[in-house]
Design a binder for this molecule. Sequence first.
Ligand SMILES: [Zn+2]
Length: 302
Amino acid sequence: MCKVLTLLYHRVNNLKHDKHLLAVTPDNFYKQLMFLKEHYPIVRFEEDWNNLREDAVCITFDDGYMDNFTNALPILQELEIPATVFVATGNVDSSEEFWWDELERILLDRQRNYDSTFTLEDELFSCQWPTETFADREELYDTLHWLMHGKIAVSKRKAWMRQLQSWSKAGNMGRKQNQAMQTEKIEELPSLLTVGAHTVNHPSLKSLSKQDQEYEISQSIKDLETLLKRRITVFSYPFGTAEDFDKTTIDLCRKENICKVAANIPGLWTPRCSDYEIPRNIIRNWNIEEYIQKIEELWKMG
Ligand SMILES: [Zn+2]
């Protein structure tokens, strides 16, 4: 019985600050992929894996950062390695950053002078936080990140972001380095890259009403189908842990004719796995020695 090791990348970039450890440097990425190419067959996410003759690796990217196009794609093309990019469509063509980056831009800028407190106005969560020191603001970041991840609606998240932007005077123009892929880049992606959906606003789906889950899933599929003029058949759950999706989410994906969904739960795919919970394994900016060791450990998972 063959197994597939699916890897979860987010960004290929040289970042000065990478709070969530999402970026792999282009140099490490190149070496990581060289190693994979030399050692394993590499399969596409949307392929039927039931008839594989040997164990294989599958490469995926979540979110749809522009650096997937500028930095990862040339390496994938040079090595002729296919991959799947799951795009959160709300950020396509937007000058704003993904919400976790936006929060970081607003709160954790070491060059900016901040007021000594931030007061959040909200009918349920009104609160005042100290913001004088970097540590204060990191604490506020963590609290807001936790609330925005799965405790409040997307509309509220956006309203809070406006409050933070105006309080910090940071405006709403995102940093170029953290940009999402634009329409023209998605259209230009070669067939080596499969595009999958990843919701519109990147919420933790399980926390939403069925109606809101349906909007996030179906609208992101529609957005991409309009843009690419072809069917979208694969999806990945934002955040992707067992806490971030539920049976409703799976039923909705099925209803939208999605045939395979990537989770963010470590493990190896076997023919016994559900097509709606494909295990994936997060890759960090490991140098090649660390990477080889990690990949070997991942294969030992069973
Ligand atoms: Zn994501």
